[in-house]
Design a protein around this ligand. Structure first.
Ligand SMILES: [Mg+2]
Length: 729
C-alpha cells in the first residue's frame, strides 16, 4: 500500500509535465502559425508595395521623358507655333502627363492645356526661391530636374519635370533658351495606382518623402498604418520617396492566437488527464489486488464457523508473539485442548448441532480470554490458546480451571441439553519450547496425558512425556517394519463347549515373531500400536488373516469353526470397517456366522452410541458379538440389554479363584443367570483345571477357554484338532 501511495504523485507529476509540454508545443505552434500568417501578409504587402511603387516610378519617368521630348522640340524649331499641337499629341500619346509648358528665359509663356493652366503664364521660374537653387543647378549642369510636389498657382499639387533647353547645343554658340516642363498632378499620380482601391479593401498606405530631416506625407489612407507593413523606397529624380502599405491583421490575428492558445490548453488538459488515467490504471489495479489479497489473507486467517482465527493464523503470528515475549523476557503458555467425546455429538446428533456446540465453545473461550491472549480454532474440536504475559504457573492453572468449569456449564441447543467436558494440555513458553512445532507437540503430549488420566482435566507438559513419545515413535517404526516383513502370526486358542466337550471355535491371538526378541506377546505391543495409531493397520491385518484362515479351512474341507477376533475401539470408530469386513467375507468365501468379534467393555463405553450402531450391523450380518473380559469394566449387566451382544466372556480373574472364593462364585452364577435371561451365551476365560470346568458346567456356563484344554497354538497345530481329554474319565 505504501508503495502505491508513493507512486500516485508520480503519475500526477508525469501528467503535469505532459500538460506543460503539450501546452508549450501548442503555444509554439500557435505562435509559429501566426508568424507564418504575418510573413505571408508581409509578402503580399511587399508585392503590393513594389507593384504600386513601380507604377509611380513609371508615371514619373513618363513625365521626365515628356519634358525631355518637349525640350528637344524647342531646340529644333524656329518658332513656337507648333506648341499646342505638339503638346496635345504628346499628352495623348503619353497619357501619364497632365500638363506641359514652355518658359523661355524662365518665364512661362506657353501652357497646355491652356484653360486650366493659364494662371501660370508670366510666372518666372528663376525667381521662385523654393526651387531657384535646383533650377540654377539644372542650367549649370545641363541636367533634367524634377521638383515637387509643388503647390501650383493653379491650385493643384504637382510634380514637375524641368528640362533646361539650350540652343546650338554642343557648339560655341550654345545659348540657354529656357525651360521645357512637364507636370503630373499628385492626385492624378495617386489615382493611377491602386492605392485607393486597396484602401477600400482595408489596406493602409502612406507615400512620403524626407526633406530637411522631416517626413513630409504626400498622400495617405484615412486609417493610419499598422505594424505589419511593407516599405518600398522609390529613388526618383525628385528625391527618395517612401511607399508604405499595411493591412490590419490585429484583432483577426489576436482572435486566431487566442483560439490557438485555447485549443492548445484544452488538448493539453485532455491528453494529460487521459495520460493520468492510463498511468494510474495499473496502480489502481495493484491497489485492488493488494486490497483483495488482504481480504483473502484475512479470510484465510479466519475459521468460517466460529469466527476465531485459525491454525494458519497461529502459524503466521505465533513466531512474532514469541519473539516479543523473548525480547521482553516474558513468560507465556500455550493451551491445547479438545472436547471430550465430541465425535459422539457429531455422529449421533448430527453435524449441525456439533457445529453449534463448537460456536458456543468459541464464544465461551472469547469471554475468558484476556486482551493480549490469542484464541484459535485448530480444526475439528481442537482449540488453542496462547496466554500472553504469565507471571506464575498458578495463573495458567487458574485459567485452565476456568475453561474446564466454563465448558462444563450445561447449555441448551434447540431442545437438547448438553454437558460437555474438555481436556487441556499445557506447554509453558519458553520452558517447553520456543518454536511453534515444539510448543504444539509438547502441548499435544500433555493433552494426550490429560485424556489418558481420565479426561475433564488439564496436564502440564513434562519431560517424561517426551521420553514416552520417543518410545512411541520407535515402536511405530518397529511395527511398520514388522508388518512389512510379515513378522506377525495369528495363534488360535481353542474355545470349547463345557457340556458336549467339543471344540467349537477359537480366539485368534496375535504373536510377533521378533527377529531379535523371539516370540512377543500382544500385551507388549498392542498398547503401543493403539497409542501410535498403528492399531488400525494391525487390526486390519488380524481381521484379514483370521478370515483368510477360515477361508482356507473351508477350501480344505475341514470342519467349520467359529473364530473370534479381538477388536480395538479405534477399529469400531473407523467408518470403513464394516465394508472392509464385508469385502473380506466375500473375498475368502466365508459365512459371516463363523466370525465373531470380541470387544472390551471399555472400548464400547468410549462411544457407546457408535459402538451400538456398528455392532448391530455386524450382528445383523450374522457375526457373533462377544464382550471380552466381562466384569473388569464399569458396565453393568443392565447395560447389556441395550447392546447387540450374543456372547459374554467372563474375565479370567473371576475364574481363577473360583474353587476358593465364594464371592467370585456368586458373581459368576449371577452373571450366567442374568445373561441367559437376556439370551446371551457365556464363555469363561482362563479355565485351567478340571475342577473349574465342572463348577462352571454346574453353573450352566456354556463355553470355556483356557490352558486346561490348550494354550494358543499355531494354525497348523490347531488344524490337527486334538480331542479334549479329561484326566478323571
Ligand atoms: Mg479376547
Amino acid at each position: 500500500m505504501k508503495n502505491e501511495k508513493l507512486k500516485q504523485p508520480s503519475a500526477a507529476i508525469v501528467s503535469s509535465i505532459a500538460f506543460l509540454v503539450i501546452a508549450l508545443f501548442g503555444g509554439y505552434w500557435t505562435v509559429s502559425t501566426s508568424d507564418s500568417i504575418i510573413k505571408q501578409q508581409q509578402s503580399i504587402l511587399n508585392d503590393l508595395s513594389r507593384t504600386q511603387a513601380s507604377v509611380l516610378e513609371r508615371r514619373l519617368s513618363a513625365v521626365l521623358t515628356s519634358a525631355r521630348f518637349l525640350s528637344y522640340e524647342v531646340e529644333h524649331r524656329n518658332n513656337d507655333k507648333w506648341f499646342h499641337e505638339y503638346a496635345s499629341k504628346l499628352i495623348k500619346s503619353i497619357s501619364d502627363v497632365e500638363s506641359l509648358q514652355l518658359a523661355p528665359d524662365g518665364i512661362i509663356t506657353h501652357v497646355y492645356p491652356f484653360d486650366s493652366n493659364k494662371k501660370a503664364l508670366g510666372f518666372n521660374i528663376l525667381s521662385d526661391s523654393q526651387y531657384r537653387e535646383e533650377v540654377l543647378s539644372a542650367i549649370k549642369e545641363h541636367k533634367l530636374i524634377a521638383v515637387g510636389p509643388v503647390k501650383l498657382l493653379q491650385g493643384n499639387e504637382a510634380i514637375i519635370a524641368r528640362a533646361p533647353v539650350f540652343l546650338n547645343s554642343g557648339t560655341q554658340k550654345e545659348l540657354f533658351w529656357g525651360f521645357a516642363s512637364a507636370f503630373i498632378y499628385l492626385d492624378s499620380l495617386i489615382e493611377s495606382t491602386q492605392l485607393k482601391e486597396l484602401e477600400l479593401q482595408g489596406y493602409q498606405y502612406r507615400l512620403s518623402k524626407i526633406k530637411d530631416n522631416k517626413v513630409i506625407v504626400l498622400s495617405s489612407s484615412d486609417v493610419p498604418l499598422t505594424d505589419i507593413k511593407a516599405t518600398t523606397e522609390l529613388i526618383l529624380p525628385v528625391g527618395t520617396w517612401t511607399l508604405e502599405i499595411s493591412k490590419t491583421l490585429g484583432s483577426r490575428l489576436t482572435h486566431r492566437q487566442l483560439i490557438g492558445y485555447g485549443i492548445s490548453l484544452i488538448v493539453a488538459f485532455l491528453l494529460s488527464i487521459a495520460l493520468y488515467a492510463i498511468l494510474i490504471q495499473p496502480q489502481k489495479l495493484r491497489m485492488l489486488v493488494t486490497e483483495k489479497t488482504i481480504e483473502l489473507q484475512e479470510l484465510a486467517y479466519l475459521d468460517p464457523l466460529t469466527g476465531l482465527p485459525n491454525r494458519r493464523y497461529l502459524q503466521d503470528k505465533l513466531p512474532d508473539a514469541l519473539r516479543k515475549n523473548k525480547k521482553n523476557k516474558r513468560l507465556s503458555a500455550f493451551i491445547y485442548f479438545d472436547l471430550d467425546n465430541f465425535k459422539r455429538i457429531n455422529d449421533t446428533i448430527g453435524h449441525d448441532i456439533g457445529d453449534k456446540v463448537l460456536v458456543l465453545v468459541a464464544d465461551k473461550l472469547n469471554v475468558l480470554k484476556g486482551p493480549s491472549d490469542m484464541v484459535v480454532r485448530l480444526g475439528g474440536d481442537e482449540f488453542g490458546i496462547l496466554l500472553d504475559d504469565i507471571h506464575h504457573l498458578e495463573n495458567v492453572s487458574e485459567y485452565a480451571e476456568k475453561i474446564l468449569k466454563s465448558i462444563q456449564t450445561p447449555f441448551k441447543i434447540s431442545t437438547q441439553d448438553f454437558i460437555l467436558s474438555t481436556s487441556l494440555g499445557i506447554a509453558m513458553i519458553p520452558e517447553h519450547g520456543d518454536d511453534l512445532v515444539t510448543i504444539m507437540q509438547n502441548a499435544d503430549m500433555a493433552l494426550y496425558q490429560a485424556k489418558q488420566q481420565g479426561k475433564n482435566q488439564f496436564a502440564f507438559y513434562t519431560e517424561e512425556m517426551k521420553i514416552n513419545t520417543y518410545e512411541l515413535i520407535k515402536a511405530e517404526a518397529d511395527l511398520t517394519k514388522a508388518l512389512k516383513n510379515n513378522e506377525f502370526e495369528l495363534y488360535y486358542q481353542p474355545q470349547f463347549d463345557l457340556h458336549s466337550n467339543q471344540i467349537f471355535g477359537a480366539e485368534a491371538l496375535i504373536r510377533w515373531n521378533h527377529p531379535e526378541k523371539g516370540l512377543v506377546f500382544p500385551n507388549h505391543f498392542i498398547p503401543l500400536a493403539e497409542n501410535t495409531g498403528k492399531i488400525i493397520e494391525l487390526g486390519h491385518w488380524i481381521v484379514e488373516s483370521g478370515i483368510a484362515y477360515l477361508g482356507q479351512r473351508g477350501k480344505q474341507g475341514m470342519s467349520p469353526i467359529m473364530l473370534h477376533i479381538n477388536l480395538s475401539s479405534k477399529q469400531l470408530s473407523d467408518p470403513n470397517f464394516v465394508s472392509f469386513v464385508k469385502k473380506l467375507l466375500l473375498q475368502y468365501d466365508v459365512p459371516a456366522t463363523l466370525l465373531g468379534f470380541e470387544i472390551t467393555e471399555t472400548s464400547i463405553l468410549e462411544d457407546i452410541e457408535l459402538a451400538k450402531k456398528v455392532l448391530k450391523t455386524f450382528q445383523n450380518m450374522g457375526i457373533c458379538i462377544a464382550i471380552d473380559d466381562f466384569g473388569t469394566g464399569y458396565s453393568s449387566l443392565a447395560q447389556l440389554k441395550n447392546l447387540p451382544v450374543s456372547l459374554l466372556k467372563i474375565d479370567r480373574s473371576f475364574v481363577m479363584d473360583l474353587a476358593h472364593d465364594e464371592d467370585d462364585r456368586k458373581i459368576i452364577e449371577a452373571i450366567i443367570a442374568m445373561a441367559h435371561k437376556l439370551n446371551i451365551k457365556v464363555l469363561a476365560e482362563g479355565v485351567e483345571t478340571r475342577e473349574q470346568w465342572m463348577m462352571l458346567e454346574s453353573f450352566n456356563c456354556d463355553f470355556g477357554q483356557g490352558y486346561y484344554v490348550s494354550k494358543a497354538v499355531t494354525a497348523d497345530e490347531f488344524n490337527q484338532g486334538q480331542p479334549i481329554f479329561h484326566q478323571d474319565t
